[in-house]
Design a protein around this ligand. Structure first.
Ligand SMILES: *[C@@H]1O[C@H](CO)[C@@H](O)[C@H](O)[C@H]1NC(C)=O
Ligand SMILES: *[C@@H]1O[C@H](CO)[C@@H](O)[C@H](O)[C@H]1NC(C)=O
Ligand SMILES: *[C@@H]1O[C@H](CO)[C@@H](O)[C@H](O)[C@H]1NC(C)=O
Length: 402
């Protein structure tokens, strides 16, 4: 974690903003023809909770828990390995090799297991010479070979990281893997994780199905606000087939060890705001906690099907901040002329937040307001919606014009 954060800073400071001769946008149609990501991806990733300590047992048990908890039925379908699944060295033919100690059955067998549960398996590599952990080789210079390996294993998703970049721009490195994945003939969701370097929203829609717009998030209020705000300015670049990716949903977990060492964490109201804003912003909803041992509070947040429905709405327009300050309004259009709105008190004391319908794009004076966290409908609301909110709390509604 610490090492990665340091790297992000170094890279950000050294970002040269090079423009390459190739214009990736000209490839848009070809590279999006994988047909994936019509709505933001939903699933789970190993990194937030397990870091580099992962194993096939963890993956199988998580797949089981995704199904038994009901999260799979709500749309969370990708089970994604992050860093540290492979041996330090390639085999004599140059192939990546699953770690013999932690993935003894191999990735193909794991993919078969995950598929048997009706889920999809994601894998991780890096557009550099080594992955961020330095525990396994990166794919730079091996894009075709690694893409073919992933396809032969039945992989459905690739998260492609940005460490040890050999001094090359992401605009040079990422399209090579994008093309290699397409050439395999298997539909593999391509998730760019280059931490927002060189404004990926402006070129990555040609290259992948989602792209991180920011650096890592950490599990506290200020970090969450910063990432939400940084991501907001790229809203107009997102749409079906390609999404602005905020970092994987923060842990949403009560980890006693972390609390013991005073490691921050957020309150339940703050996690609810986090999930509401990520959903409205059409971010990938990738869970970071140990779903085998989720708290009830965490489950209640992640399983809110009405909030998920906003994220997965077919219109695919990223909601954005329409009123700034301590008392914020975020909103975005949905199918059938509906509007999703989040009223959010970012200030330090209880206050009323108000959104006039004219500010949030609702073309009506009268609307039914569905409260997505209380699960009740307020009929015939006139001209504006407002709520009294505790510090850091939010309300999320869908407004349906009458
Ligand atoms: C892996 O687990 C061990 C023991 O629980 C822990 O000390 C170590 O920090 C973990 N490593 C990572 C990278 O999370
Ligand atoms: C990194 O990988 C590239 C592509 O395979 C190679 O040309 C280069 O020599 C490598 N650099 C280092 C420092 O290993
Ligand atoms: C889980 O949380 C919900 C909402 O906070 C609450 O209504 C319910 O009683 C809780 N269930 C258990 C088993 O604690």
């Amino acid at each position: 974690m610490v090492a990665l954060a340091a790297l992000v800073q170094i890279c950000a400071a050294g970002a040269a903003g090079q423009v390459t001769a190739r214009n990736p946008l000209s490839r848009r149609r070809d590279l999006l023809s994988n047909g994936l990501g019509l709505t933001p991806p939903m699933g789970w990733n190993t990194y937030n909770h397990f870091h580099w300590n992962i194993s096939e047992e963890i993956i199988r048990e998580t797949a089981d828990a995704m199904v038994s908890s009901g999260l799979a039925a709500l749309g969370y379908q990708y089970i994604n390995l992050d860093d540290a699944w492979a041996e330090h060295e390639r085999d004599p033919q140059g192939n990546l090799v699953p770690d013999a100690a932690t993935f003894p059955s191999g990735i193909k067998a794991l993919a078969d297991y995950v598929h048997s549960k009706g889920l999809k398996l994601g894998i991780y590599s890096d557009a550099g010479n080594l992955t961020c952990s330095k525990l396994q080789p990166g794919s730079l210079g091996y894009e075709e070979q690694d893409a073919n390996t992933f396809a032969s294993w039945g992989i459905d998703f690739l998260k492609y990281d940005n460490c040890h970049d050999n001094g090359l721009s992401p605009k040079v490195r990422y399209p090579v893997m994008s093309k290699a994945l397409l050439n395999t003939g298997r539909s593999i969701f391509f998730s760019l994780c280059e931490w927002g370097r060189e404004d990926p929203a402006t070129w990555a829609p040609a290259v992948g199905n989602s792209w991180r717009t920011t650096g890592d998030i950490s599990d506290h209020w200020e970090s969450m606000l910063r990432r939400a705000d940084e991501n907001d300015k790229w809203a107009s670049y997102a749409g079906p087939g390609g999404w602005n990716g905020l970092m994987i949903l923060n842990s949403l977990e009560t980890d006693p060890d972390m609390l013991e060492v005073g490691n921050g964490g957020m309150t339940n109201d703050e996690y609810i705001a986090h999930f509401s804003i990520w959903a409205l912003a059409k971010s990938p909803l990738i869970i970071g906690c140990d779903v085998r041992a989720m708290s009830n509070e965490t489950y209640q947040i992640l399983s809110n099907s009405e909030v998920i429905a906003v994220n997965q709405d077919r219109l695919g327009v990223q909601g954005r901040k329409v009123k700034e300050g301590d008392l914020e309004v975020w909103a975005g259009p949905l199918t059938n002329n509906r509007v999703a709105v989040v009223l959010w008190n970012r200030g330090s004391s209880r206050a009323t937040v108000t959104a006039p319908f004219s500010d949030i794009g609702l073309r009506a004076d009268l609307a039914d307001a569905r409260d997505l966290w209380v699960h009740m409908t307020i009929p015939s609301v006139k001209e504006q919606i407002s709520a009294d909110l505790d510090s850091h709390a939010c309300k999320m509604y869908i407004l349906t014009p009458k």
